[in-house]
Design a protein around this ligand. Structure first.
Ligand code: N0T
Length: 530
C-alpha cells in the first residue's frame, strides 16, 4: 500500500465520498484521502504532449492528476469510440504513482460546445444553442433539448463503461461532469421551446427545496427567475449524465464552477449564468442529487475573496474541493486554508511543461520556478496526508494561510488557543530578527500552518514561514507551556518516529517554521496563573 497509489490493489474498494455530522471525506482504497492535485492545460491531453506533462507532475509531487477527456476526441463519428488516449493515460498514471480525476469535456466547456464533436457543434438544428433575450444565438448549448442530452449521455456512458473494464484498481478516483457550465451573455435560453417551459410551473423537487407548494418561475424566483431556470435545466442535464455514468461505474462525480465575484453583486449576463455559482447552489443541489460536490475554480488571488469563496462552498451538503486554482505564487499558500476547512482536495491549473499559460502576463520566466511554491507545500503535506485526512473527517484540524495584510490569525483549538504570526523572525537569524518584524517576501505571502489534534492536549503541527504560539483560554486561571515538542515523521505503518526534541531557542520564541519541511508533535501543559 502507498499513499501515492503506486502499488496496485486489484478489486480495491470503489472511491467514494462519505459524510458524518456535516463533514465529508473522499475515500480512496477505503481510507480518507486528500488530493494534492494538478490540472494539465486544456490541450495537453494528447499522447504527444504527455512527455511534457509527467516531469511537471513528478516535480510537483502531486498525488492526483486532473486530465480532460474530450468528447470530440473519443467519438469523432457518432457511435464509434476511441479510448486509446485514455488507455495510455491510465498506464502512465500507474507508472508515475498518481491517481486520476477525469474531466468530461462534453456539451459545456467554459460555457461553449468547443469540445463537442464536429457532428454536434456544426449541427445547430439538432443540438440548439441558447437564444438570448434579443433573439440572437450564443455559442452555448441549450440544456433543454433531449437530442443534446442523449448524445452527451451516450458518450459519457461509453466512457464510464470503458473505465469500469480497464481500471479495476481505481486509478481514476473521481470524474468531473462537463466544465464550467452556464452561458456567457444570457441568463437563460429564450427559444420558443424554453419560453414554453419558463411559463410553466416550477418542478416539484425545486418547489420543495424552496418551501413552496406551487408557482411559475417568475412567481417563485422573481427577478432571479431567468438564472434559476437556466441553472435548474443545466443541473438536471448534468445529473442525468452523472446518473447514467454511475450506473456503469459508481465513482464520485462533481461539477466545477466559473465563479462570480463573491463580494459584490453582478448581473447574470456578466458571468457564466446557470452554472453552479454561489447564488444558485441550492437550485443545483435540488436538481442534481447524483453530483457529489460542487467545486469552485478560484482565480481570485486576494485573501478576502479567496476566503469568501471557500466559505460559500464549504457546506454540510457540499464537500469543499478546489479543482482549479491559479498557478502563480500567491495561490500556493491557500492549500493551508483548504486543508484547515477539511477540504478533500486542491489543484493548481495549467501544470505541465507545454509552455501554455492561462495567465501569460504573470507566468514566471521558468515554469520550473512556478511549480516550486506548490511543490514545497506538497512535500510538507504528502507524508502526513493520510493521517490528516482521517483527522479532518473527525473534525479535529485547523489551518490558515498568511493573509495579504500579514496580520496574525487566531485558531480556537477548544481546550487551547493558538496565534499564528507571519511577520516574525526566528531566534538566531541574522540581526536578532526574532525581535523585529521579518520583511515580507517580495514575491508575496507564502506562509501557513496546519494543526491536527491527536489527543486532548496533543497536536500535530507543521507549517511554512510562520510562528505559532499556544495559550490557555482567557479566564482559565492557567498559563500554557510547551510540555514537550518532538520533531519526527510517521513511518509507513503510521507510527511516529522521533527525530529529536525541540527546546530552548527552538521553543522560547514560539514554534517557528521556515521553508524547511518539519513536522512536530506538540504536547501542551500548564501551570497555575497564581
Ligand atoms: C478555467 C481555466 C481553463 C472576465 C482557465 C476559468 C479551465 C477552465 N476557466 O485557464 O479554461 O478549463 O475551467 C475562466 C475564467 C474566466 C474569467 C473571465 C474574466
Amino acid at each position: 500500500w502507498s499513499a501515492q497509489g503506486g502499488d496496485i490493489v486489484l478489486d480495491a474498494p470503489l472511491p467514494q465520498i462519505v459524510h458524518k455530522d456535516g463533514r465529508h471525506a473522499l475515500l480512496v482504497d477505503g481510507k480518507p484521502f486528500f488530493m494534492l492535485g494538478a490540472q494539465v492545460n486544456n490541450s495537453s491531453a494528447w499522447p504527444a504532449q504527455m512527455p511534457l506533462v509527467w516531469p511537471a507532475i513528478d516535480r510537483l509531487g502531486a498525488n492526483t492528476l486532473e486530465v480532460p477527456i474530450a468528447w470530440e476526441q473519443i467519438e469523432t463519428k457518432p457511435g464509434t469510440f476511441d479510448f486509446s488516449y485514455l488507455d495510455l493515460l491510465l498506464a502512465q498514471a500507474r507508472t508515475h504513482g498518481v491517481r486520476l480525476v477525469l474531466l468530461w469535456f462534453g456539451a459545456w466547456k467554459n460555457n461553449g460546445p468547443s469540445y463537442t464533436p464536429a457532428w454536434v457543434k456544426l449541427d445547430n438544428a439538432r443540438y440548439p444553442r441558447v437564444v438570448d433575450a434579443k433573439g440572437e444565438l450564443r455559442d452555448s448549448l441549450s440544456p433543454i433539448f433531449p437530442t443534446t442530452l442523449d448524445a452527451d449521455r451516450t458518450a459519457f456512458v461509453a466512457l464510464m463503461r470503458h473505465i469500469r473494464e480497464k481500471d479495476p484498481q481505481h486509478t481514476v478516483i473521481m470524474v468531473q461532469i462537463e466544465n464550467e457550465t452556464g452561458t456567457y451573455g444570457s441568463a437563460r435560453d429564450h427559444s420558443p421551446e424554453a419560453n414554453k417551459l419558463f411559463a410553466g410551473p416550477v418542478p416539484a423537487p425545486l418547489l420543495k427545496a424552496r418551501g413552496r407548494t406551487g408557482g411559475t418561475w417568475a412567481e417563485v424566483f422573481g427577478k432571479e427567475a431567468d438564472e434559476a431556470f437556466h441553472a435548474w435545466y443545466i443541473a438536471r442535464f448534468a445529473d442525468e449524465v452523472a446518473a447514467a455514468g454511475k450506473a456503469e461505474l459508481d465513482l464520485p462525480m462533481y461539477v466545477n464552477v466559473a465563479l462570480r465575484d463573491p463580494l459584490k453583486q453582478q448581473e447574470p449576463t456578466s458571468y457564466s449564468a446557470g452554472g453552479p455559482t454561489d447564488n444558485v447552489i441550492d437550485v443545483w443541489k435540488a436538481g442534481a442529487p447524483h453530483i457529489d460536490a460542487i467545486g469552485p475554480d478560484i482565480y481570485f488571488p486576494e485573501t478576502p475573496k479567496y476566503h469568501a469563496v471557500l466559505k460559500l462552498y464549504d457546506r454540510p451538503d457540499n464537500p469543499l474541493f478546489v479543482p482549479e486554482t491559479g498557478h502563480t505564487f500567491a495561490y500556493a499558500r491557500y492549500l493551508f486554508d483548504v486543508m484547515g476547512r477539511r477540504g478533500i482536495g486542491f489543484s493548481p491549473f495549467g501544470v505541465d511543461f507545454t509552455k501554455e499559460a492561462n495567465d501569460p502576463d504573470k507566468i514566471p520566466a521558468s515554469a520550473w520556478d512556478m511549480l516550486e511554491p506548490f511543490a514545497s507545500n506538497y512535500r510538507l503535506v504528502a507524508p502526513i496526508m493520510r493521517l490528516w485526512a482521517r483527522q479532518a473527517f473527525e473534525g479535529n484540524v485547523w489551518g490558515a494561510s498568511e493573509p495579504d495584510d500579514r496580520k496574525p490569525v487566531d485558531l480556537d483549538l477548544g481546550n487551547w488557543k493558538a496565534r499564528v504570526h507571519y511577520d516574525k523572525g526566528t531566534f538566531g537569524a541574522s540581526d536578532w530578527t526574532w525581535m523585529k518584524p521579518r520583511p515580507a517576501n517580495p514575491q508575496g505571502p507564502e506562509g501557513g500552518v496546519l494543526v491536527a489534534a491527536l489527543g486532548p492536549d496533543e497536536y500535530l503541527v507543521t507549517g511554512r514561514m510562520a510562528r505559532i504560539d499556544f495559550t490557555a483560554p482567557e479566564g482559565s486561571g492557567k498559563r500554557a507551556i510547551l510540555a514537550r515538542v518532538e520533531e519526527g515523521r510517521y513511518d509507513d505503518g503510521g507510527n511516529w518516529v522521533l527525530h529529536h526534541v525541540w527546546n530552548g531557542d527552538q521553543t522560547d520564541y514560539g514554534l517557528n517554521f521556515t521553508t524547511v519541511p518539519r513536522v512536530l508533535k506538540v504536547k501542551l501543559g500548564s501551570y497555575p496563573a497564581r
